[in-house]
Design a protein around this ligand. Structure first.
Ligand code: THU
Length: 144
């Protein structure tokens, strides 16, 4: 499957940002560090990390951290997100796919051509459309 709406160079830059975002992850309970990097339509990159809580359900995923930072700063239009996750202090050994809640936030703010990149490294990644990861998603157009 090919997704062509961002260049290989942009993908590598975005993945590098997601990997560096992992350095800020606050994950004293799972020790699983996740970084995300969101590319806006204007070419800005907004990073996010997972932020855990002793009340586990309050934990915020890296992807939602990136979206909420971006939206709260006035960004509303996005082209892609890169996600990298794995055991803290180690390079990712598997692709980290976004959880259901994060996919729903992508449904809210990602456009129809929004690209989701699950990366182990800048040269080892998979990419998806939101339609592939969240088929028949529920969106605002359903609400009158
Ligand atoms: N996590 C993310 O940051 N993104 C996801 O899409 C899935 C899970 C985080 C939440 C928690 O801090 C850790 O990974 C283990 O679930």
């Amino acid at each position: 499957m090919a997704v062509h709406s961002i260049t290989d160079q942009e993908k590598q830059t975005l993945i590098t940002a997601a990997l560096s975002a992992r350095d800020q992850a606050y994950m004293p309970y799972s020790h699983y560090a996740v970084g995300a990097a969101l590319l806006t339509s204007d070419g800005n990159i907004i990073k996010g990390c997972n932020i855990e809580n002793a009340s586990y359900g309050v934990t915020n995923c890296a992807e939602r951290t990136a979206f909420f930072k971006a939206v709260s700063e006035g960004e509303r239009s996005f082209r892609a997100i890169a996600i990298a996750g794995g055991i803290a202090g180690e390079q990712p050994t598997d692709y980290a796919y976004p959880c259901g809640s994060c996919r729903q936030v992508m449904q809210e703010f990602g456009g129809s051509d929004f690209v989701i990149i699950a990366a182990k490294s800048p040269n080892d990644y998979k990419e998806f459309t939101l339609e592939e990861l969240l088929p028949f998603g529920f969106g605002g157009e359903s609400i009158r």
